[in-house]
Design a protein around this ligand. Structure first.
Ligand code: TRP
Ligand code: SF4
Length: 404
């Protein structure tokens, strides 16, 4: 897939408020966010409504989890001065867009999303034969489309949701982007660009339509986006005119799949709260050290003199993340020849994990003592997010005949 996402584009991502985060979140998601935050215009939000789609029977922890998770975000270095951080349910437009999109979303699209059946199987102790659970990928679509995201950083398991979001946007634009005299209106909008940019725009459009040149498409979009003189409706027309015959009211996002290392839990399974095998980002160093010291190793190494195989050992997975080649060679050699013991082997990992967590724990302290400050950051984000959400909803309502 050719990526159309350029620097400065908008990126949207959400996370369920599951409470305190662990190393799996850090290496799997948060480090990626840290990279994105200075390159893109990022909107990161706490998906509290999403939490209710599976945990509707126990909402008692949501408020505490929201605060704890926000503290973790801030502690790892998510910077509220450059990122918009907010709580999903603080911006009710997510719900309104979800409702309106539900009118045009075929049931089959939702039933076909792989996570629908998977999660029902996995969480069999819960009754997930609910309307909210079936609709949750569409709620995610609303989260994304509300802010005109160009890209959504997600893991493998969420790619199908972004795909569905694209289909929903396409269907929406197809149904509501058509208008009388579209061509005439697009040309009128083009004149607002000024002579030079109009030429660039037309050239990009021709190259895209004749040769399928996706870079030209992106160049055309940039020209339209850069013009301060256009109304939102005219900008949508110009975006749509590049590709076809209608306005692009909702932008099709791309999945931004970044390869992330597998973070093993202390038992070799994936690190996850439900397996009880985590290392928390703000956990006490003595506890972290003890957890690592006592974590299982290759079962073949019963005695210190038994050789082992790192590939059968969860500690080896930690070395993949934390150690350099030299250390890894030392492990491979020492383990297979019984030259080193497991406690020796764990040494560099313990040191590296503690070193990684130290600044995180320190940065969290002022926020742990001042939840009001955390709330204030989320409230500021809420205002920024609302401004954008309202603008999109005006377009959406008008397109669906709900507003002039
Ligand atoms: N569904 C995601 C998850 O369960 C969280 C999420 C909600 C999200 N809305 C989103 C992720 C929008 C990216 C974009 O992990
Ligand atoms: Fe695992 Fe290291 Fe022990 Fe080998 S020496 S079994 S890699 S902890």
């Amino acid at each position: 897939m050719v990526s159309l996402v350029t620097t400065g584009s908008r990126v949207v991502s959400g996370m369920r408020p599951t409470g305190s985060l662990h190393l799996g979140h850090y290496h799997g998601v948060l480090k990626n966010w840290l990279r994105l935050q200075y390159e893109y215009e990022c909107f990161f939000f706490i998906a509290d409504w999403h939490a209710l789609t599976t945990h509707y029977d126990d909402p008692s922890d949501i408020q505490r989890n929201i605060i704890e998770m926000t503290i973790d975000w801030l502690a790892v270095g998510v910077n509220p001065a450059s990122v918009t951080l907010f709580v999903q349910s603080d911006v009710v437009e997510h719900a309104e867009l979800h409702l309106l999109l539900s009118m045009i979303t075929p049931l089959g699209w939702l039933e076909r999303v792989p996570s629908y059946k998977d999660q029902q199987e996995k969480l069999r102790e819960k009754d997930l034969a609910t309307y909210g659970f079936l609709g949750y990928p569409l709620l995610q679509s609303a989260d994304i489309l509300l802010y005109g995201a160009a890209a959504v950083p997600v893991g493998e398991d969420q790619v199908a949701h972004v795909e569905m979001t694209r289909e929903v946007a396409r269907r929406f634009n197809h149904l509501y982007g058509r208008e009388e005299n579209f061509e005439k209106k697009a040309k009128r909008a083009m004149r607002q660009l000024g002579e030079h940019n109009q030429e660039l725009y037309l050239d990009a459009r021709r190259r895209y339509q004749e040769q399928g040149d996706t870079e030209a498409l992106e160049a055309g979009r940039r020209v339209a986006l850069a013009s301060a003189r256009l109304t939102v409706a005219d900008r949508d027309r110009l975006m749509g005119y590049l590709e076809g015959t209608g306005r692009t009211i909702l932008n099709e996002p791309e999945a931004l799949l970044t390869p992330t290392p597998k973070v093993p839990g202390l038992d070799g399974q994936k690190m996850s709260k439900s397996y009880g095998n985590t290392i928390g980002l703000r956990e006490d160093p003595a506890v972290v050290e003890k957890k690592l010291r006592t974590m299982p190793t290759d079962p073949a190494r019963v005695r210190r003199t038994d050789p082992g195989d790192p590939r059968k050992c969860p500690v080896w997975d930690f070395h993949q993340i934390y150690s350099d080649d030299d250390t890894r060679n030392w492990v491979m050699e020492g383990c297979t020849t019984a030259g080193i013991g497991c406690i020796d082997c764990k040494g560099p990992v313990i040191e590296a994990v503690l070193e990684e967590l130290k600044p995180i724990r320190e940065r969290a302290v002022p926020f742990e003592d001042d939840h009001e400050a955390v709330r204030a950051i989320l409230n500021e984000g809420r205002e920024q997010a609302r401004d954008d959400a309202r603008e999109t909803m005006e377009q959406v309502r008008a397109a669906m005949g709900l507003e002039d």
